[in-house]
Design a protein around this ligand. Structure first.
Ligand code: ATP
Length: 271
């Protein structure tokens, strides 16, 4: 029986001798949307690198699928790693490849599939993010928002159990950012069992999508729990942090506007 919780167990992490994260103990629950929040430089991307297995902990570990991720043998490590899709900040598309080829990469890397099948799979996920008509475009012919959507298509093509998104709304205008939030919610509806982890310092996005919150401050986890508990909390730092962007797209707004936003998303995807 698989368990796609992501559990940080007394995790210390950093670069060289310098610890950036200290004694992180928290669980990002399976099948939920977790948002890792915190100010710039607090260690969000560093934490993400440890979920992906790109960096080794200084101490402690990350448990994924009930196992110590960093104690796994190479083949088992790759098996778990294959269950993760990653949307990097800029989409991380390869400039020399078309969108369809970029999006198909996670499949072509791991499976010897015939080209027409790869293209069919790429077109299917490009359709899910509204880019089906851009399959033969190259990354430099796309807007930033389109590159992020293409990056999302690539992240989900292999139907991962864990989807990790690094700042999916950064650099986007508020309307495009709200559409990206809606797209993430709709992905999560379609792949109901998927554990979705979003690194963000966009409070509007947090309020739109989070089912679980992990807040980092200067390398420590100062909150892990339900977003409503976080919003109700008394901690002065958290209060200040949360008020910083109040007035943006609030959760109440989202609830009220959801059908409209969804209709706009459908129109946008169809356009
Ligand atoms: N490759 C690296 N080598 C050395 N130090 C690094 C490296 N990457 C990040 N750091 C340092 O680690 C600390 C945390 O950085 P990190 O990128 O994890 O923060 P963040 O919360 O994701 O920030 P942001 O929101 O600005 O992206 C920073 O002080 C940063 O300078």
């Amino acid at each position: 029986m698989h368990n796609w919780d992501i559990e940080f167990v007394h995790l210390d992490a950093g670069y060289g001798e310098r610890a950036v994260l200290r004694d992180i103990c928290a669980v990002l629950p399976a099948g939920r949307i977790s948002v890792i929040l915190g100010e710039s430089g607090c260690g969000k991307s560093t934490l993400l690198k440890h979920i992906i297995g790109l960096s080794q902990p200084m101490a402690g570990t990350v448990r994924i699928d009930g196992q110590d991720f960093f104690a796994l043998k190479a083949a088992a490590f790759r098996r778990v790693r294959r269950q993760m899709g990653v949307l990097f900040q800029d989409g991380a598309l390869l400039g020399a490849l078309s969108l369809a080829e970029n999006v198909a990469l996670p499949l072509s890397e791991h499976f010897a599939l015939p080209k027409p099948l790869l293209r069919e799979a790429a077109l299917r996920v490009l359709g899910m993010v509204g880019l089906q008509d851009f399959a033969d475009y190259y990354p430099n012919q796309l807007s930033g928002g389109m590159r992020k959507r293409a990056g999302l298509a690539r992240a989900i093509i292999a139907e991962p159990r864990i989807l990790l998104c690094d700042e999916p709304t950064s650099g986007l205008d508020p309307v495009t950012a709200a559409r990206m939030d809606e797209l993430l919610l709709s992905m999560h509806e379609q792949f109901a069992d998927m554990t979705l982890v979003v690194v963000s310092h966009d409070l509007a996005s947090f309020r739109a999508i989070a089912e679980h919150a992990l807040v980092l401050r200067d390398g420590s986890a100062i909150f892990s729990g339900r977003p409503d508990e976080l919003e109700r909390g008394e901690d002065p730092y958290v209060r200040q942090f949360l008020q910083r962007q109040s007035g943006d797209r609030s959760k109440a707004q989202r609830a009220a506007l959801n059908p409209i936003a969804r209709a706009a998303l459908d129109a946008w995807l169809a356009s």
